[in-house]
Design a protein around this ligand. Sequence first.
Ligand code: CAO
Length: 459
Amino acid sequence: MSELKEVKVPDIGGADGVPVIEILVAAGETVAAEQGLVTLESDKATMDVPSPFAGVVRELKVAEDDEVAEGDVIALIEASDEVAAAAELADAPAPASAAAEPAQATPEPETESAPESAARPAPATAAPPAAPGPTDTGKRGTPPVPFDASVVMPDKTPYASPAVRAFARELGVDISQVEGSGRKGRIQRVDVQNHVKQVMARGGRAVSAGVGSGTGLDLLPWPKVDFSKFGEVEEQSLSRIQKISARNLARNWAMIPHVTQHDEADITDMEAFRKRLGKENPDVKVTPLVFLIKAAVAALQAYPRFNSSLQADGETLVLKHYYNIGIAVDTPNGLVVPVIRDCDQKGLLELAHELAAVSVKAREGKLGQADITGGCFSISSLGGIGGTKFTPIVNAPEVAILGVSRSRMTPVWDGEAFQPRLMLPLSVSYDHRVIDGALAARFTAHLARLLGDLRRLLV
Ligand code: CAO
């Protein structure tokens, strides 16, 4: 038995003249219950109108750009028991409410194609699994959600309807990588399909090159906790700089496969020279950092791959023939990385003057765009504070960064006896897509050798 039924616009909060921005089905198509039929866009949000029952779409009563209000008929659907049963069978794995939910709020069941890593342990606070529902795969724990760029880059939330986001999730596509061809850059179903075709045509290299996540990172949603339930709290807004660097750091950490190589430099002789230089030039503070800048330049010259950037397509390396070094500076408003240019052409004292000037400018919040762009390699020195080693995050699009901790007098075996030597811990984090571990070990050891014997800087 079949019956022709009307599907109407549901309660949309009394809004009138709401435009239909996308038609999600065609006449003659079989739809499952809760499958989106059209997408409406109000001033504040987009929403899909789902079919309340399974059946065959016999007629669409609206077209793109029509305006609708509550109660308007959208489609005539021939609902039948057989169609309903067939549609249910065909759509069994799809989440029943996917069309009505925003992408980032819809936990999906794990699929057969989900990577092993997706089966990560549930957080200790996870509630016991609910009784299996129609979409339950039988696996326990909190289901992962796909990597969502809006978590790490809140200003980059993709503009797409819930149905298109659900479609992208179904295909394992990171929707933040898809270019929208619709009005105001809206991502449409066809854009997701074209994106998949392009990736397939490239042999999936967009995924393996790591510049697009492709298969997604399957991150759990960020925990929402009402901390005031557990004790007294206060809220502090992040500064503008903190918000910007948070987004950059999160992107760099998520997209760059980081490895950190640790080593030590014997700076006993360097330190004696630094003290002498300081006494001779009381007008400027000569800290170990200027020696590190000079040694880093020499190491970059010896290992040019460290002085490169990976192009956004993930397929080309740009090797630079200039040597601009970024210095991480801790300011009251957050971390900034001013760049000292052409360090290969400057002496230790000139670098010391420039470092002092740029640190003051950074702390006074006076850095301009030109002061923070064009870096090749960065140095983050925590030596003035303490610590034995740490793992700095690469400052993209650079491919490596040097972290420096506090030097320490250490007994070093010279083959016959222990000698007191001033040892400086070096931690080089690098982008493993560009730099192999052996190369990183050589680079870091070379850097340590240069600092151990400054005469090598002249070679
Ligand atoms: N080992 C031992 N002592 C060190 C040292 C090291 N590796 N590095 C610096 N020092 C000493 C300096 O010689 C100086 O000693 P004196 O006051 O006796 O001369 C003292 O520590 C303070 O140095 P400084 O910090 O003022 O100067 P700097 O050139 O070493 O660093 C700057 C300048 C701007 C990089 C630094 O002030 C800074 O902001 N560091 C923090 C960087 C940061 O936050 N990195 C983390 C980024 S990721 O979050």
